[in-house]
Design a protein. Structure first.
Length: 316
């Protein structure tokens, strides 16, 4: 009898354990389903779409529910959206801290590490935004010009360009409203190098996509022979354009980094670990090549992002 009693007790204990165990196994599964939603955004330029797509894909592959808001708008629109909680994460550039916090005259932004640490602290203190690990690629503002014009007039630096413009040289630049008006963009170049573009020397294109501005310069659209550009643009050589050297180092270092709202980061701190290896792999040459696939070959940014992440083993 004792043996039977022991057996019955064991069976009942095992049954109770299974019931309790079943209740516990459901909890993590429910938690996995509840990971998110996280709203991923980006700016409307080529590289913004590429990096935003990488963030979205990496989060989805790691079990997050994601709301895709890539190509959301220009800098000021995306910036307001994340501060107001309309979006949760997007790729921003370290050098923009000089503009965001009115520190354009500070030399700290010319140093990659100091600039990153500075914007990281300022943005957290002011807006509770967390800057994650940046990519080691300087996507700084630049001015490019058609190679035939540069060769004909010996234009290699922005100092050369200033002399050309001030001497009455034929010059018209395609750019975004942001590039033309932001104190740290075209106005900074004009101030440092001593030239001034008149209204008729500018062709303002909506948005901030350098693929459009550079193609306008290459095609000579409405007399344009120069354009705003970024350091990591991939189509410059293919379009016969050259970047003029910023010999006075007017521009800050602009390294792309994911920025995320503190509340979302606190809920999912693993996002930093998920994104860090991929961003560290994006050096200047890599970004130029990826951007070229989109801007020159006409491929979809999301497809290029997914293919790269698979090739590097970041996703299956």
């Amino acid at each position: 009898m004792k043996r039977k009693t022991v057996m019955i007790i064991c069976v009942l204990s095992l049954f109770a354990a299974l019931l309790h165990g079943g209740g516990k196994t459901e909890e993590p599964l429910q938690e996995a389903v509840k990971r998110g939603p996280v709203t991923v955004a980006s700016k409307i330029d080529t590289e913004g779409a590429l990096l935003g797509s990488m963030i979205r894909i990496l989060l989805e592959q790691n079990g997050f529910e994601v709301v895709d808001s890539t190509s959301f708008g220009p800098t000021d629109v995306v910036r307001r959206a994340i501060i107001n909680g309309e979006i949760d994460i997007y790729p921003e550039y370290t050098g923009n801290g000089a503009f965001f916090f009115n520190q354009g005259d500070s030399m700290v932004w010319r140093n990659r590490e100091e600039g990153f640490q500075t914007v990281k602290k300022l943005d957290f203190d002011a807006n509770r935004l967390v800057w994650l690990t940046p990519a080691p690629a300087n996507n700084t503002w630049a001015i490019c010009i058609r190679r035939d014009v540069a060769d004909a007039h010996g234009l290699k630096t922005l100092e050369d360009l200033a002399g050309y413009i001030n001497g009455g040289g034929d010059f018209r630049l395609a750019g975004s409203e942001e590039f033309a008006s932001r104190a740290d963009a075209l106005p900074a170049f004009e101030k440092a190098y001593g030239f001034k573009l008149e209204k008729e020397q500018l062709l303002i294109l909506s948005g901030g996509n350098t693929a459009q501005t550079e193609q306008a310069a290459a095609r000579g659209t409405e007399g344009v022979n120069a354009a705003m550009a970024y350091g990591t643009d991939g189509q410059l050589a293919a379009l016969g354009l050259v970047v003029l050297e910023d010999s006075l180092e007017v521009q800050p270092v602009y390294e792309p980094a994911p920025i995320i709202r503190e509340a979302v980061y606190q809920s999912y701190p693993e996002i930093e670990t998920i994104l860090k290896p991929a961003f560290l792999s994006l050096n200047l040459e890599t970004l130029q090549a990826l951007n070229s696939s989109i801007a020159v070959e006409g491929r979809n940014a999301a497809e290029v992002a997914e293919e790269y992440l698979k090739q590097k083993g970041f996703i299956e």
